[in-house]
Design a binder for this molecule. Structure first.
Ligand code: ATP
Ligand code: MG
Length: 293
């Protein structure tokens, strides 16, 4: 699989209609994909081990999508082979009162992964140019300084720039940022909502609010297009993953994370001369101990 086809080239204006949300490449069905995902998960687990041991970089995976696009399932399946000690997931919901007292990046900064760790943001500061753009009245939640721009076009431009600068800073300080937009069709969202309504075990995943947001579908698509066109950068690229087939979304995501980690050429920390001497000494001690028993 050539995952580069999902990459949003920097400074390129994209239209989501040009991307096929049902694309599955050379894979025809879930069964075919299953074995590949299994081996990818093993690979990912090995790479995570080296990432953890070398403790130089951190990896931040950002997931954004419309409701029911499969963010939760992706996290569950792709990350299933990882060592939980080196992996954290944060789901960002409607900001709390305390969070609203701070700048919009604050709550996310607090949850950034440390070196050696993989952090997953299930939604993120990007909500500030998505849901807030679709519902601009949300801008009034905070007491912003009088000097803040009021022209909404300026606000979004300013936010794209702030986000790009912030991600550049993170990249330059050792955070590898991978951003996935799960591209779901409106029809497939409807199918998934209906399942959530019809299947009792899935009822808890559904709320009437989901239908309300669906009414803003076109506005969201436009907000996503603007976000993707303005914030895909060489240091923090966006990938548009086809999301009508969950099994394919997971394969593509795993593939991209694997190639990113491989490109870092990480290795286990070298054993220093001094440490080597210590190891030899310890071995002798242990062997002698064995001899005594
Ligand atoms: P699910 O797929 O299970 O529905 P979810 O990520 O949609 O998962 P919810 O609790 O349904 O989780 O929704 C979280 C809500 O929080 C979303 O509607 C999202 O737009 C909203 N949200 C997240 N960040 C912000 C923000 N900064 N400002 C306003 N709303 C936000
Ligand atoms: Mg939801």
């Amino acid at each position: 699989m050539n995952a580069d086809i999902f990459l949003v080239p920097p400074r390129q204006s994209i239209k989501l209609k040009d991307y096929n949300s049902a694309y599955t490449g050379e894979f025809k069905n879930k069964k075919e994909a299953k074995e590949k995902l299994k081996s990818d998960i093993k690979k990912l687990s090995k790479l995570q081990d080296i990432l953890f041991a070398s403790s130089t970089y951190s990896v931040l995976v950002i997931l954004q999508a419309m409701d029911a696009a499969g963010k939760d399932g992706l996290i569950k399946h792709v990350m299933s082979g990882l060592n939980p000690q080196g992996c954290q997931v944060y789901s960002f919901k409607v900001p709390s009162e305390e969070e609203l007292k701070h700048d919009y990046m604050w709550r996310c900064i607090n949850k950034l992964p440390e070196r050696g760790h993989i952090g997953i943001f299930n939604r993120s500061y990007y909500e500030e140019v998505l849901v807030v753009k679709v519902h601009p009245e949300l801008l009034n939640r905070q007491n912003l300084p009088l000097s803040s721009p009021t022209d909404s076009e300026i606000i979004w431009k300013m936010r794209y720039e702030q986000i790009n600068n912030f991600e550049k800073y993170l990249f330059e300080n050792g955070t590898i940022i991978i951003k996935f937009f799960l591209h779901l069709s409106k029809d497939e969202q409807k199918n998934r909502f209906l399942k959530r309504i019809d299947i009792q075990e899935k009822n808890w995943k559904f709320s009437l609010g989901d239908i309300k947001e669906r009414e803003f579908w076109e506005d969201y698509q436009k907000a996503y297009e603007d976000m993707l066109s303005n914030t895909s950068t060489p240091y923090a690229p966006w990938y548009i993953l086809p999301a009508d087939n969950k099994w394919y979304t997971r394969l593509a995501a795993a593939q991209i994370i694997i190639s990113k980690l491989e490109s870092l050429n990480l290795s286990y920390p070298k054993t220093t001369e001094e440490h080597l001497k210590e190891l030899e000494k310890a071995k002798i001690l242990l062997e002698n101990e064995d001899g005594l028993t």
